[in-house]
Design a protein around this ligand. Structure first.
Ligand code: FUB
Length: 315
């Protein structure tokens, strides 16, 4: 296990080209951006909103990959995993996330099972660019709506965590093989309070879905899509902790708007001295709830590790 290198010093100065892009992909609809930095490359996994919407709902069949070495020039690697590769799944190729371990790559995805309900699948590959091979059965299958939106992280001691869930936030401790989890610990539920995830009477925001779990210095961060009372659409918020399993403390709003898509979905990466927030909007022509587009924008941490609200990219 090799922990990723953390570059502590921010690159100084403004670079318009590297600072933000909206939308990043203009020839197809992409959503749920999940960055993975490996070596000198940032890989961005996305879900894919089909052009032809069926049943006025998310119509999503596969996952795509894009990569860059400089945040300016991007390569499309096309479709790297699909419902066709998962014999037991038939629909809802939703928000992905990938990680490297021992020279293998693991792509975690929520899917709808042929026999009903959602579950989390995992594909394995020798290369970040795939092809990814399904392990043949669900990794997490609790039999309810919470089995969506996986976020994966390996801590410095080698323990891997898979958080997921809507409307609850749950986690499992992944075994070293990354394709099974510690069944004696089981599936743990994170308590939602006004203080931790804004849940509770009179709170400004509530955890909704789309968690993105990572560590910076000694602080663990959970970015996520959140709901505000009296407002239907999602905004982005974050909570933080000094332990990977909490207790969590509410940090604040990361992005106030939903970009005309109802959902939003955070992905955070540190790359070549800059910190980036990836998210999605309905920016492309024909854009909307089921026709989304991934975007990114640079942000900086405050000295105490907190993050101010990040404006949406207008480039
Ligand atoms: O893309 C389908 C679903 O919409 C994702 O799983 C959620 O995070 C939301 O973005």
């Amino acid at each position: 296990f090799k922990p990723p290198e953390e570059e502590d010093k921010d690159v100084v100065g403004y670079d318009n080209q590297r600072t933000c892009k909206s939308p990043l992909v203009s020839n197809m609809y992409t959503a749920d951006p999940a960055p993975m930095v490996y070596g000198d490359t940032l890989y961005l996994f996305t879900s894919h909103d089909e052009n032809n919407i069926q049943n006025n709902f998310y119509t999503m069949l596969n996952w795509h990959l894009f990569s860059t070495k400089d945040m300016i020039n991007w390569t499309s690697h096309g479709q790297v995993f699909s419902l066709d590769d998962i014999s037991w799944a038939d629909d809802r190729a939703w928000a992905p996330q990938a990680i490297a371990r021992n020279d293998k790559f693991y792509l975690y995805v929520p899917v709808h099972k042929r026999n009903g309900g959602m579950a989390i699948a995992v594909g394995v590959s020798d290369k970040p660019t795939g092809p990814y091979k399904d392990i043949g059965h669900p990794l997490v299958d609790e039999g309810d709506w919470n089995d969506i939106d996986p976020t994966v992280f390996i801590d410095d001691d080698g323990q891997a965590y898979l958080y997921f869930g809507n409307p609850e936030l749950r986690y499992v401790l992944l075994n070293e093989d990354m394709v099974s989890y510690n069944k004696s610990v089981g599936v743990k539920k994170i308590p939602m309070t006004a203080d931790s995830f804004g849940r509770g009477e009179g709170s400004r925001t509530t955890y909704g879905e789309g968690p993105f779990f990572y560590k910076r210095k000694d602080m663990y961060y959970m970015a996520y899509a959140a709901f505000r009372p009296n407002k239907g659409s999602e905004h982005l918020a974050y909570s933080y902790s000094n332990s990977p399993t909490g207790p969590w403390k509410y940090g604040g709003v990361l992005m106030t708007e939903d970009g005309g898509t109802y959902t939003n979905h955070p992905g955070i990466a540190r790359f070549k001295g800059r910190s980036y927030l990836f998210y999605h909007t309905g920016q492309l022509p024909g854009g909307g709830a089921y026709h989304r587009s991934v975007c990114f924008t640079e942000f900086k941490y405050n000295k105490d590790g907190s993050i101010d609200t990040i404006p949406m990219c207008r480039n």
